[in-house]
Design a protein. Sequence first.
Length: 133
Amino acid sequence: MNPYAVDLEPFFGKPVDEGTTAYAGAPLAPGVAAASEEAIIEALRTVHDPEIPVNIYELGLIYAIDRQKDGNVHIMMTLTAPACPVAGEMPVQVANAVAAVEGVGEVEVELTWEPPWTTDRMSEDAKLALDIG
């Protein structure tokens, strides 16, 4: 064992596994119209990484939004790093935010690390806010 090794997990968090999934919501009642993709995106824009002053949608952390006719939603997302301090909490926050949208039923938010997130995925507004050229 290296006597100079430092356990960084308390500082950076425990890496979260590929495929970690969070769930929220309930089936829609019959006859209730499913939410629009725009309404779901607006909900995603309310979720922020506490260390970055830009919402997760503009950061490019959302890879896919799959809306079903019954109002259920599957979201594929990533984080800036697998050991992100909020890695275990962020998918739950996303699921709860989207489940709160009128016309959304059950929500499933799945984490992926492929492809890895890069700043190329950020919107121009996010890059401007973070002074990334």
